[in-house]
Design a protein around this ligand. Structure first.
Ligand SMILES: *Cc1c(COP(=O)(O)O)cnc(C)c1O
Length: 445
């Protein structure tokens, strides 16, 4: 279907919002192929996700000791799943189109964003490996001993580095510094000043780059290459990050179960995930598909000026293009999503698993951010508001309705569940947050 691709590509290049259904999705009626699709991502297997989950459990006592805000949860990192009826009606999503829930990763402890899932896991895995190798830890030990001086002394001889538009740097920087590592964060031009200040206050070295996210990552990767004592968290290629994100699938399954919400052919689930390089939403999606099966549909959201993931899905062959190649700017207030080229790992994993993707304009992000505050008192950053626009993009656009009909889901919408994944925002300083809200009012008053 080359003409289909060409049409979508021209809409994408025009910077207009679009909703795109993935023709390569392995569907519910193709159970064996869904299994194949999951096995197609053998790196993110069920066993490895479970492994990562057990690792986080082993580290929970240490995390509770290092961060007082994790004491109430005994060191567990998780977020609430909440019904959002007032936001649903403010967004204009009729009850006959399903029920809106919000998965509150914007309030994940310590990091204030989805990056707490992947970023923490990778740094903890590195710390565990070092401590085991140096005989400071037995697998059955209480890991809180890693807060004591022999381990801290060991960690202080190592560096953890990362390239980031902001939030990943915050998560990695905070956890690495708390363990006693030297932490270096390469920030791209989009990174907000307050994020740099916050990290520097915690003793993290922040290297500022005038280039975009891809350049910041490359600079960090190169710097780390020449230093055997540096662990570089590679947001474009890291499996450990993805496994950290993937644990969210089981968490969501448990929460839906407690709420008495079924996921099956008559009760489809749509999960709307803001997408930057693709690692976080892809990891979460694999976890969701593993835990909840083919009737859980994962749908990615990107800014109209930085739709790198959809672009690569539309252009599967050849060298990966960047969004600059089709005339887009990467300019967006959704700094967490301002990425010119998608992760090839994430694209490979998602090709058979992604149901759909859509793009959003910044103004719509600000409006949704404001509505989320006014109706449910959620404190979001612009990137995190992208998921809120999904249910309407899917049920209210011609392209979305066509897709729903083609998939034979349209008739089940009244029993559908829509989960908007709010990926960040609780740590945004008041002044910044007020500026976001003010931008929302512009069209609402
Ligand atoms: C990082 C981030 C995302 C997307 O994650 P990727 O792995 O870059 O796709 C979404 N929202 C927020 C707030 C983020 O910080």
């Amino acid at each position: 279907m080359p003409t289909f691709l060409a049409e979508d590509l021209s809409v994408l290049a025009s910077g207009k919002p679009l909703l795109w259904g993935n023709p390569a999705l392995k569907q519910a009626s193709m159970q064996p192929s869904l299994q194949q699709a999951l096995e197609f991502a053998p790196q993110v297997s069920r066993e490895r996700i479970l492994d990562a989950q057990l690792r986080m459990q082993r580290f929970a006592p240490l995390l509770a000791r290092l961060f007082s805000e994790l004491q109430p949860s005994d060191g567990r990192i998780s977020s609430a799943l909440i019904p959002a009826p007032r936001l649903q009606s403010a967004l204009g999503l009729a009850r006959e189109q399903g029920q809106l829930l919000v998965k509150c990763d914007h309030s994940l402890p310590v990091a204030g964003s989805v990056k707490a899932r992947g970023g923490f896991h990778e740094v903890l895995e590195f710390a565990e490996r070092l401590a085991l190798r140096h005989g400071l830890l037995q697998p059955t030990d209480d890991y809180s001993l890693l807060a004591e001086s022999p381990a801290r002394k060991l960690f202080s001889g190592y560096r953890v580095a990362v390239g980031s538009t902001g939030n990943l740097g915050m998560a990695i920087g905070v956890i690495a510094a708390a363990l006693g590592f030297e932490a270096i964060v390469h920030m791209s031009a989009e990174a907000k000043q307050w994020k740099k200040d916050r990290l520097r206050k915690r003793g993290v070295t922040v290297v500022e780059h005038s280039g975009d996210y891809a350049q910041a990552v490359e600079a960090g990767r190169q710097a780390a290459l020449h230093d055997p004592n540096t662990h570089f968290v590679d947001d474009e290629r890291s499996l450990s990050l993805m496994l950290g994100y993937a644990q969210a699938g089981q968490e969501l399954k448990t929460q839906l179960g407690s709420a008495g919400i079924a996921v099956d052919a008559e009760h489809p689930l749509f999960v709307y995930l803001p997408c930057g390089v693709g690692g976080a939403p892809a990891g979460i999606s694999v976890g969701i598909k593993q835990a909840l099966g083919p009737h859980a549909h994962c749908i990615f959201a990107e800014p109209t000026q930085a739709p790198c993931f959809v672009l690569r899905m539309l252009q599967p062959e050849g060298e990966p293009m960047s969004i600059y190649d089709i005339g887009l700017s990467n300019q967006t207030e959704a700094d967490g999503l301002a990425v010119p080229r998608a992760s090839e790992l994430a694209v490979g994993v998602m090709r058979p698993l992604l149901s759909a993707a859509y793009t959003v304009q910044d103004q719509d992000l600000f409006d949704a951010l404001l509505l989320a505050r006014d109706t449910e008192d959620l404190r979001l950053e612009p990137s995190a508001a992208a998921g809120l626009l999904g249910p309407l993009a899917l049920t209210g656009s011609d392209a979305g309705r066509d897709w729903l009909t083609r998939m034979d889901i349209q008739r089940h919408l009244p029993q559908a569940t829509h989960v908007a994944w709010t990926t960040g925002g609780s740590l945004v300083p008041d002044e910044q947050y007020a500026a976001f809200l003010a931008k929302g009012y512009r069209t609402n008053t």
